[in-house]
Design a protein around this ligand. Structure first.
Ligand code: HEM
Length: 196
């Protein structure tokens, strides 16, 4: 049983590490911005493929975290009641469902709109005037949501470390604040050296 529990923790940790997709999508988008604002078929198609296919990968990692998390409380000392009696577990679960909802909004709502514009243009076509400007509102919204998702992942990790024993409230608030600043920075600039 101990080995099973250890494997669950391993899967839980791997799942949320790989849920860092919003961070890497922000990096991809900020790298793309360095090439200039005009539409470039290959660069834009490559970027959109990474983001579009990232959604299915992210669902799998989110489900890994959810299933391993629920099994950890069932087979660990907490018991299934922890889903509603432990505020840390409850908060992490709500954060995870929020992230699944945001991912679904981007995948089923925003991304198809971007794809419908992109499908009008082939590699050899002349790009119509103002084409990038038409894509921009959807991309800006998607970037904002990715930033918020990154903040939620960081917050859930900060809370995850406190399942069995809380940090001081001040430290928790300060760490969540730093997480918010980092997410904001990853939105505004291309992170070249990890944190900066
Ligand atoms: C975004 C979602 C989540 C993130 C980022 C997250 C993150 C973490 C982190 C960082 C730990 C500490 C790992 C360690 O100390 O080795 C942890 C442990 C744990 N998580 Fe999560 N978690 C998430 C969702 C959930 C959910 C949904 C549940 C349950 C419904 C859950 C249940 C647990 C339990 C029971 C532990 C303690 C495992 C142990 O050390 O024995 N987590 N989580």
């Amino acid at each position: 049983m101990e080995i099973f529990y250890n494997v669950l923790i391993f899967l839980h940790v791997m799942g949320f590490v790989f849920m860092s997709t919003p961070l890497f999508n922000l990096i991809v988008v900020n790298e793309r911005a360095l090439l200039g604002p005009s539409f470039n078929y290959y660069a834009d198609r490559y970027q959109e493929n990474i983001i579009r296919h990232g959604a299915s990968r992210c669902y799998v990692f989110q489900l890994t975290v959810l299933i391993s998390g629920v099994l950890l409380i069932i087979f660990g000392p907490l018991g299934i009641d922890a889903l509603w009696t432990s505020w840390v577990v409850l908060a992490k679960t709500l954060i995870l469902f929020t992230m699944m909802g945001l991912l679904s909004y981007v995948h089923f709502n925003l991304q198809p709109k971007i794809e419908s514009f992109m499908s009008q243009i082939g590699p050899a076509d002349v790009v119509p005037e103002g084409f990038s400007a038409q894509l921009k509102p959807y991309r800006v919204q998607r970037k904002r949501l990715a930033t918020f998702c990154l903040f939620l992942v960081i917050t859930a990790i900060i809370l995850g470390l406190q399942v069995y024993g809380g940090f001081s409230s001040i430290l928790t608030i300060v760490l969540i604040g730093i997480g918010g600043l980092f997410a904001w920075k990853a939105n505004k600039t291309l992170l070249r050296f990890g944190w900066i």
